[in-house]
Design a protein around this ligand. Structure first.
Ligand code: FAD
Ligand code: NAP
Length: 330
């Protein structure tokens, strides 16, 4: 039978943003509920080495970091629930009797006086053979995360938008030999980024090339090359490389909020600049679901913290106003 779960802070998503919001919310006595979704722990659970999360001098593992965050959130009083939200209703005011409401895929109902959306985003992948086998063994979708592992090596970036160009430029910090591979003859990226790309001495561009497959030895040397097909002539070639960064965009997990919350043209939730506040008082968005630029665990955790602090303030202000009103009426 479906159960109704009520809380002062309902958090959808259990990545760094959701769990950081939970830690702050629980410590503020808000007894948060985190609905974990299909990927408990979020994107970091599908990677291995994490070297840029502050506080750890040695390399740590993504899944371990997320287990620790969850343990900390539970330790301070968060309830973690294994469910996936299939619909949300943000028409309430967040008050008892008019809560924000979410429905899980088994029919359970979640009611929150505040709602924190931390559903993240997923990198788009090419779907070419070898991509999955070489993930973490030469194939990545995050230069900021993994570029460091290719110091002094040859790398390729696949894509032609702003993300691809920025990834290629970023990779020049580590690699002396970066090649941007694009399926068409011109880029979609902004002109200013293109100018920087073309002017960079360590970046080459391969035009009209589609990655047909990733090649190498997943059990040994890892990725060693890409099989390319010329989209104009059909010619097949091999491109040797140590690393390939797929940079063809991300999909924010915002399907649930279509028509309910404002989004940019790519589907990222819009918030008041510099805050996690959506246009609906009491509803907050944090992490990759509202950030198409930084997309890091530490920035997701930071905005998760901000969401919890703002949720707490929202409730405190509302309760103070209600108290004033009551006193005035007496
Ligand atoms: P996510 O981590 O994406 O978590 C989203 C959460 O929402 C998940 O728990 C999911 O189950 C849940 N969810 C989604 N939809 C629903 C729903 N309908 N109902 C309930 N729950 C739902 N960053 C770094 O800082 N350093 C790194 O080294 C690094 N390496 C990376 C390696 C890889 C392979 C990838 C993919 C990313 C890496 N990143 C790294 C980026 C980092 O993982 C993200 O920036 C970060 O995880 C974003 O956190 P988030 O909490 O916003 O979202
Ligand atoms: P994008 O603009 O949609 O570009 C995606 C690129 O990947 C396109 O060049 C596309 O090729 C290519 N691509 C898509 N699917 C492919 C496939 N299956 N095989 C090969 N190539 C494929 O995505 P984005 O670059 O991630 O940018 C998304 C949004 O975020 C944009 O609005 C962008 O402006 C914004 N953004 C802004 C900044 C910034 O302001 N600094 C930084 C990053 C992103 P085609 O060109 O042939 O379609």
């Amino acid at each position: 039978m479906a159960t109704v779960h009520t809380t002062r802070m309902l958090i959808i998503g259990s990545g760094p943003a959701g769990l950081s919001a939970a830690i702050y919310g629980a410590r503020a006595g808000m007894k948060p509920i985190v609905v974990q979704g299909l990927q408990p722990g979020g994107q970091l659970t599908i990677t291995t080495d994490v070297e840029n999360y502050p506080g750890f001098r040695d390399v740590i593992q993504g899944p371990w970091l997320m287990q620790e965050m969850q343990a900390q959130a539970e330790h301070v009083g968060t309830r973690m629930l294994w469910d996936t939200i299939v619909s949300v209703d943000v028409s309430g005011r967040g008050e008892p009797g008019s809560p924000f409401r979410a429905i899980g895929d088994g029919g359970d109902v979640y009611e929150g006086e505040t709602l924190v959306i931390a559903t993240g985003a997923q990198a788009k992948w090419l779907g070419a053979p070898g991509e999955v086998e070489f993930a973490g063994k030469g194939v990545s979708a995050c230069a900021t995360c993994d570029g460091f592992f290719y110091r002094g090596k040859k790398v390729a970036v696949i894509g032609g938008g702003n993300t691809a160009v920025e990834e290629a430029l970023y990779l020049t910090n580590h690699s002396p030999d970066v090649t941007l591979i694009h399926r068409r003859g011109h880029l979609r990226a902004e002109r200013i980024l293109q100018d920087r790309l073309f002017a960079h001495p360590n970046i080459k561009v391969l035009w009209n090339q589609k990655v047909e497959r990733f090649t190498g030895d997943p059990g040994g040397a890892g990725l060693t090359g890409l099989e390319l097909v010329d989209t104009v002539t059909g010619a097949v070639s091999t491109f040797p490389t140590d690393g390939a960064f797929v940079a063809i965009g991300h999909d924010p997990a915002t399907e649930l909020f279509k028509g309910k919350l404002a989004m940019d043209p790519s589907g990222y939730l819009l918030v008041e600049p510099g805050t996690p506040k959506t246009a609906i008082p009491g509803v907050f968005a944090c992490g990759d679901v509202m950030d198409h630029i930084y997309r890091q665990a530490v920035t997701a955790a930071g905005t998760g913290c901000m969401a919890a602090l703002d949720a707490e303030r929202f409730l405190a202000e509302r309760e103070f106003a209600a108290q004033q009103e009551k006193q005035a009426a007496e």
